[in-house]
Design a protein around this ligand. Structure first.
Ligand SMILES: NC(=O)C1=CN([C@@H]2O[C@H](COP(=O)(O)OP(=O)(O)OC[C@H]3O[C@@H](n4cnc5c(N)ncnc54)[C@H](O)[C@@H]3O)[C@@H](O)[C@H]2O)C=CC1
Ligand SMILES: CC(C)CC(=O)C(=O)O
Ligand SMILES: [Mg+2]
Length: 370
C-alpha cells in the first residue's frame, strides 16, 4: 500500500504509564508504515503533567497547534498524584484538547475475546459473545459545566443542548447499523432535566433509523446489567460522565481495563486515539502495564485514516499475542509491557510476509490477464 499523501501523527505520551503504552503502539505503527509505505510521520509533544512541569500549562499552545495541524493524535494518559491539588491539573489539558478539537464522540468498544473467556470475571455462560460499543458524548455535560468550589459548598453544572444530543445520537445509530442494529440509550430521566431532554431527543433521532431498535435504561440499572447480562447490549449511547464510568466497568468483562482502546472524533479535523485507562501511577515505570489498549487505539486510528486493512492486521496480531499465551500481569500473565509489544510486532511481521505474498500473487495474476 502506498498512500498518496504523508500523514502527520502527533504523539502525546503524557504521564505515568502513558509513555510506556504509547511507545509500544508507536513501534507497531512504525513497523507497518515502513513495511507498507504508509507515509506516517510521528511528532511527539509535551502534554499533561509533563507539560505542566516543562511549561506551566498542561496543554501548551505549541502542542495544541501541532494537534490541530495533525491527521491524527495518539495519546497515552495524563495525571497522577504529583499534580493533585494544583490550580492547573493535567486532566484539564485533556478536557481542553477534546473541546478545542471538537471531539464530541468517544467510541469505546469492549468485548469478551473468543478463546479468552477465562480472563473474564463473569461466568462463562454470561461472558461468551459479549460485544458492546459505548458511544459516549465527550464535550458536554457536567465535565464542561461551570464549577464552583467554596469552603462549605460546591456545585458542578450539567448542561446539554438538543443539538449536542442529536449529533451524538446520530453517531450511535449509524454505528449500530454497522453492528447489531440495537441502541440502548442510558440516562437518569427519572431525576435529571438533562436526561429528560436526552431521552426525548434520542427518541426523535431514532425516527430516522427505523431499522435500528432502541431501548432506554436508567444508568444505575445499566451498571448492573453490564455485568449480569452484557449480551443484552449492542451500542450504548450515553452522556459524558455516565459513559466514562460505565466504560471502565465494561472493560472488566474482557478481563482488564488495560485492553480497551478508544477513538474520539468530531465533525471534521483530526481524531484523538487513546486507551480508556488513566496514568496508573501505582504501576508506572515498572514495565508491567498492559499496552493492549494503546495498541487497539492505534488500530482504530489506522481504520479512521482509511487504512482499515492495516488496522485489522494490527488488531489480529494483538489477538494472536494474547491467545498465544503472552499476557501482562493484569491478565494473569508475566509478560512485561515491552515483551508484549514485541510479541505483537512479531505476529505483525508474520502477517505482513503473508500480505506481501498475496500482493505478489495479485500482481502476477494481473500480468497474466493483461
Ligand atoms: N485519559 C486519561 O488520561 C485518564 C487519566 N486519568 C488519570 O489517571 C490517574 C490515575 O487514575 P486512576 O483512577 O488510578 O485510574 P487508572 O485507570 O489509571 O488505574 C486504575 C487501576 O487500573 C490499573 N490499570 C490501568 N491501566 C492499566 C493497564 N493498561 N494495565 C494494567 N493495569 C492498568 C491501575 O494500575 C490501577 O490499579 C488520575 O490522575 C486520573 O485523573 C484517569 C482516567 C483517564
Ligand atoms: C481524566 C478525565 C478527564 C476523563 C476520563 O476519565 C476519561 O476520559 O476516561
Ligand atoms: Mg475515565
Amino acid at each position: 500500500m502506498n498512500k498518496d499523501k504523508d500523514m502527520k501523527i502527533v504523539i502525546l505520551p503524557g504521564d505515568g504509564v502513558g509513555p510506556e503504552v504509547s511507545a509500544e503502539a508507536v513501534k507497531c505503527l512504525e513497523l507497518l508504515s515502513s513495511h507498507c509505505g504508509l507515509g506516517l510521520h510521528f511528532e511527539t509533544h509535551a502534554f499533561g503533567g509533563a507539560a505542566i512541569d516543562a511549561t506551566g500549562s498542561p496543554l501548551p499552545d505549541s502542542t495544541l497547534a501541532a494537534c490541530q495541524g495533525a491527521d491524527a493524535v495518539l495519546l497515552g494518559a495524563v495525571g497522577g498524584p504529583r499534580w493533585d491539588g494544583r490550580t492547573e491539573m493535567p486532566e484539564a489539558g485533556l478536557l481542553k484538547l477534546r473541546r478545542e478539537l471538537g471531539l464530541f464522540a468517544n467510541l469505546r468498544p469492549a468485548r469478551v475475546i473468543q478463546g479468552l473467556e477465562a480472563l473474564s470475571p463473569l461466568r462463562a455462560d454470561l461472558a461468551e459473545g459479549a460485544d458492546v460499543l459505548v458511544v459516549r458524548e465527550l464535550t458536554g455535560g457536567v465535565y464542561f459545566g461551570d464549577r464552583v468550589l467554596e469552603d462549605d459548598a460546591a456545585s458542578d453544572l450539567c448542561v446539554y443542548s438538543r443539538a449536542e444530543i442529536e449529533r451524538i445520537a446520530h453517531v450511535a445509530f449509524q454505528s449500530a447499523r454497522r453492528r447489531g442494529r440495537k441502541v440502548t440509550s442510558v440516562d437518569k430521566a427519572n431525576v435529571m432535566a438533562t436526561s429528560k431532554l436526552w431521552r426525548r431527543t434520542v427518541v426523535e433521532v431514532a425516527e430516522h433509523y427505523p431499522d435500528v431498535a432502541l431501548d432506554h435504561m436508567y444508568v444505575d440499572a445499566a451498571a448492573m446489567a453490564l455485568v449480569t447480562n452484557p449480551r443484552r447490549f449492542d451500542v450504548i449511547l450515553t452522556e459524558n460522565m455516565f459513559g466514562d464510568i460505565l466504560s471502565d466497568e465494561l472493560s472488566v468483562i474482557g478481563g482488564s481495563i488495560g485492553l480497551l482502546g478508544s477513538a474520539s472524533v468530531g465533525a471534521s479535523g483530526p481524531g484523538l486515539f487513546e486507551p480508556i485507562h488513566g496514568s496508573a501511577p501505582d504501576i508506572a515505570g515498572l514495565d508491567i502495564v498492559n499496552p493492549a489498549g494503546a495498541i487497539t487505539s492505534a488500530a482504530m486510528m489506522l481504520e479512521q485514516l482509511g487504512m482499515a486493512d492495516m488496522g485489522r492486521f494490527l488488531a489480529e496480531a494483538l489477538g494472536k499475542t494474547m491467545l498465544g499465551g503472552c499476557r501482562t500481569a493484569d491478565m494473569g500473565g508475566s509478560a512485561r509491557c515491552s515483551e508484549f509489544g514485541e510479541a505483537v510486532r512479531e505476529h505483525l511481521r508474520r502477517r505482513l510476509v503473508r500480505y506481501d505474498a498475496h500482493l505478489e500473487l495479485v500482481t502476477m495474476n494481473r500480468g497474466c490477464c493483461a
